[in-house]
Design a protein around this ligand. Structure first.
Ligand code: BGC
Length: 477
């Protein structure tokens, strides 16, 4: 799109958003806060992981990240000027409970009180995630250990009691699929375990932790709605062959269904034919756990980035966030999508598959699906700051990100209002990932997702063109 077309599209899109639809931006604690050694914060599995050579592609740590810990007023001001309704952030568990147990650390509580005060003053609502991957390192075994679910439930109870009257809405766990697959099965994220299918207990324990957290937040009488955030990637086989089809359904179960079915239907999906032995860890879980995991939710958070094309045979290509021996040993792999342009991460830009993800949710879960919120969507690109030739103002011309966001928000609105399967979905909002350029996990600082550029040497913030574009969408409602 040309700059004029983008402006026009922003106005049009804003005018088509349903009444009461929430526009927001999202971040997570570990990726932006920095100050990892301040206020008595404990170590997280990600601090331990990033200190191991070779784990993060640029060798960086999140010790300073985007320095948000020291820049809350400036960052909230940016959100206020952007005109969005809501800010999704995460509470850093190790900042609040350095050892993953015991009473809440006052310095941590004070930090989030200051953030919530600023948001209130700016008229920006809050959506707070209790777990966005920064498991306290003291919880030995992490999510592989069932006790971590209990610890998380206790943490949720204290957080609900402390912040229950002021957080706008609650997310228990962010993307248990990514933590399980990248962190416990493939070893490319913290804690760096390569257990392949033996990683599945980590999935079950995160889901149990989610259910216990829902119960705890309800027991604490929090005022806001409660949900989970799952990342969904529609899966297609690379060819019409039987082998590709079989591995595609295996990947759909692994990436999507294992995490959505128990939460929404109270049972794990049936393992695809021939792969049953791989799922034995989930076949005989205690039915009482499934009752906890399927506690009724007030909303379902959907993160969408890209679809997955699956082919039989090993051959995982290295990605910008690394590769591992475990990945290369799988009997299937992700194929490229030559038909789509790609983001900085090499992910296909395929907004129509956001419609597919919504259709799948409607078809698979129908009546039991609570209202849906798109809790993350966005793209990394190699952005650079340039000076405006007229007045020397720093600018970041990220037209590709504008086109990505425009096409995806448009696809979502069309899917839920277009008369197809997704039209039964009550879509309540859309959050852009991310407000700020940040520490992108195993990709370090090599992938910029922000609406606001961050200079990682002096932490200067520069709103990108996409920031100004989103403000226009917000204003046009
Ligand atoms: C995660 C974010 C991450 C983003 C881009 C999501 O999977 O929740 O923490 O930065 O994707 O990779």
């Amino acid at each position: 799109m040309s700059p004029d077309e983008r402006r026009e599209f922003a106005r049009d899109l804003g005018s088509r958003l349903p009444a009461g639809f929430t526009l927001g931006v999202a971040t997570s604690a570990f990726q932006i806060e920095g100050a990892t050694h301040e206020g008595g914060r404990g170590e997280s599995v990600w601090d331990a992981f990033t200190s191991q050579p070779g784990r993060v592609v640029d060798g960086s740590t999140a010790d300073r990240a985007a320095d948000h810990y020291h820049r809350v007023p400036e960052d909230v001001e940016l959100m206020h000027d952007l005109g969005i309704d809501s800010y999704r952030f995460s509470f850093a568990w190790p900042r609040l409970q350095p050892e993953g147990k015991g009473s809440l650390k006052q310095a941590g509580v004070d930090f989030y009180e200051r953030l919530l005060d600023r948001l209130d003053a700016a008229g920006v609502a809050s959506m707070a995630t209790l777990f966005h991957w920064d498991t306290p390192n003291e919880l030995r075994g992490g999510w592989f250990n069932r006790d971590t679910a209990q610890r998380f439930g206790d943490f949720a109870l204290q957080m609900g009691e402390r912040f229950g009257d002021r957080v706008g809405s609650w997310v228990t766990v962010n993307e248990p699929a990514t933590v399980t697959l990248e962190g416990y099965a493939l070893g490319v994220h913290a804690p760096g375990a390569s257990r392949l299918f033996n990683a599945l207990p980590a999935a079950h324990h995160q889901l149990l932790g989610h259910g216990l957290a829902v119960q705890a937040l309800r027991a604490a009488d929090v005022t806001g709605p409660i949900g989970i955030v799952n990342v969904h990637s529609p899966v297609v086989p690379a060819s019409g062959s039987e082998a590709d089809a079989a591995f595609a359904s295996l990947f759909d179960v692994l990436h999507n269904r294992i995490f959505a079915d128990p939460v929404l239907l109270g049972r794990y999906p049936v393992a695809p034919e021939g792969f049953e032995p791989l799922f034995s860890a989930l076949a005989d879980v205690d039915p009482a756990d499934l009752l906890v995991i399927s506690e009724k939710l007030d909303f379902y958070g959907l993160n969408y980035y890209a679809p997955s094309k699956i082919a039989a045979g090993s051959g995982a290509p290295a990605t910008p966030d690394g590769a591992s021996a475990a990945m290369a040993s799988l009997p299937f792999h992700l194929e490229a999508w030559p038909e789509f342009p790609v983001t900085g991460f090499g992910w296909p830009i395929a907004p129509e598959f956001l419609g597919t993800a919504l259709d799948d949710l409607a078809t698979r879960y129908g009546d039991v699906l609570p209202p849906v919120v798109i809790t993350e969507n966005g793209a990394s690109f190699a952005d650079a700051v340039t000076l405006d030739p007229d007045d020397g103002t720093p600018r970041v011309h990220d037209g590709a990100r504008i086109d990505y966001l425009a096409a995806h928000l448009d696809a979502a609105v069309r899917a839920v209002s277009g008369g197809g399967a997704a039209s039964v979905i009550d879509l309540r909002g859309y959050y852009v990932w991310s407000l700020l350029d940040n520490f992108e996990w195993a990709a370090g600082y090599t992938q910029r997702f922000g609406l606001v550029h961050v200079d990682f040497d002096d932490f200067t913030r520069t709103p990108k063109d996409s920031y100004h574009w989103l403000r226009r969408v917000a204003e046009s409602r």
